[in-house]
Every structure is written in structure tokens, then in C-alpha cells.
Design a protein around this ligand. Structure first.
Ligand code: ADP
Length: 209
């Protein structure tokens, strides 16, 4: 995050004099404690300073990038997962393509008669199936999908960073977020490259990092 020059000044004062009270920092800057309050709030929220009651502020010694990576390593999948789009395994390739357009997603999850995860359909899976002369209404998606147990999944309490690493290592665009059930895995969300891109942009624009 970008610190204002006053915030930089506060950090320098706390580094040199900490622990120091808000009152004393204000005095050194010839400002009132009230004027300083928003800056001190930002500096403590973002982790540069720590405030101890009746002791004062002290410098945590962490750099901006250390704080940023600490924050990223705390993100969980459930905080960012999006709604999954699922189709049944007997729908046609034609209908799966329509669903992909209508729902504006790049990955569809395929479920069996119990509603459990059985496959994944990517854009290229559907393109490949469309290259032959067959009638796309007559091919069921279970013929062309990538199927269990070869599906890479994540769970809601996993770290978002681990999910992102799976996307990279497996060279895929999306992961189903699943919940374990007796009959199999129920799809409760999705994490995609777009999810990770959104988080990246949010982090860059978040002034409290
Ligand atoms: P595209 O094929 O459109 O580039 P992907 O890179 O996501 O999209 O898919 C590549 C292949 O990996 C496809 O055959 C797809 O079925 C499969 N795939 C996609 N997601 C997963 C997943 N979570 N687990 C296993 N296989 C997947």
C-alpha cells in the first residue's frame, strides 16, 4: 500500500521512540490527537504499528510485502468461491455448450444421479467434441468429460493459495469446491483463474493492506 507522507513520518517517530502514546506522537507533529486518529487506525489495521492499551504504539518491524504475503496466506477458499454451474451426465454436448454461454462460465461440473461430482467439462473438451461430423444433440457429456477419480478439487477451508497452486500445477482453469458426502462429493462452489485475478486486483487496490 501507498503510505501518505504523514503516515511515513508517524512510523519514523514510533520506530525511534516506541512505545509511544498517540498524544506524544501528535505533540511531535504539532497536531491534535484527533487529527492523527485516522492515520493511526490505518497503520495499526495494516499491521505496520501495534497498539497496546496504556503502553502506546510500537513498530512491528514488518515490511509492506511481508504484511501482504501474510494476508494472502490467510485467505480461505470459502471467502472467494463463486457459484458452481453443474449439468447432469446425460445432457447433450449441444446443451452443455448452451449452458456455458448462458451462464458465462468456462468450466462446467458434471454430476451423477445422486447429485455427486462425476466429471468436468472445459471449453476445449466441448470444442473437440464439436470437430467431428456427429450430431451434438446425440452425444452425452459423460462420453467426453474428464471423469472421477481424475478430478482435482478443493474444499472450503483450504487456503486460496493452495487452490491457486493446483490451478497452475495441473494447468486447468477451474476447481470445484466440494463437500464430502457418503455417496460422493457434492459441488458447493468453484474457484477459477478469474477468482484469483479478482483477488489480485482487490489486493492491489486495497489501501488497508
Ligand atoms: P481448456 O481445455 O478450455 O483450456 P482447462 O485447461 O481447464 O480448459 O482444461 C484442460 C483439461 O483438463 C480438460 O480436458 C478438462 O476436462 C480438464 N480439467 C479441467 N478442470 C479440471 C479439474 N478440476 N480436474 C481435472 N481435470 C480438469
Amino acid at each position: 500500500m501507498e503510505l501518505s507522507s504523514r503516515q511515513e513520518e508517524i512510523i519514523e517517530i514510533v520506530k525511534a521512540n516506541g512505545p509511544i502514546t498517540g498524544e506524544n506522537i501528535a505533540e511531535k507533529l504539532n497536531l491534535t490527537r484527533a487529527t492523527l486518529r485516522p492515520d493511526l487506525a490505518i497503520l495499526t489495521m495494516s499491521g505496520f504499528l501495534e497498539a497496546r492499551p496504556r503502553v502506546g504504539y510500537f513498530f512491528t518491524g514488518k515490511t509492506g510485502s511481508e504484511l501482504l504475503s501474510e494476508k494472502i496466506k490467510k485467505y480461505k477458499v470459502h471467502e472467494f468461491q463463486q457459484v458452481p454451474i453443474v449439468v447432469k451426465e446425460d445432457v447433450s454436448v449441444y446443451d452443455a455448450i448452451s449452458t456455458m454461454f448462458l451462464e458465462d462460465v468456462g468450466t462446467l461440473f458434471v454430476v451423477n444421479e445422486n447429485g455427486c461430482l462425476n466429471g468436468v467439462l472445459s471449453r476445449k473438451d466441448l470444442l473437440r467434441a464439436s470437430m467431428g461430423q456427429q450430431d451434438l444433440n446425440n452425444i452425452a457429456v459423460h462420453i467426453i468429460m474428464t471423469r472421477m477419480p481424475n478430478i482435482t478439487v478443493c474444499r472450503k477451508d483450504d487456503l486460496l493459495l493452495d487452490a491457486a497452486q493446483k490451478l497452475i500445477n495441473k494447468q486447468i482453469d477451474g476447481l470445484p469446491v466440494v463437500k464430502d458426502k457418503e455417496e460422493g462429493l457434492v459441488v458447493i462452489g468453484r474457484i477459477t483463474k478469474t477468482t484469483i485475478t479478482k483477488v489480485f486486483v482487490e489486493l492491489a487496490l486495497d489501501h488497508h493492506v
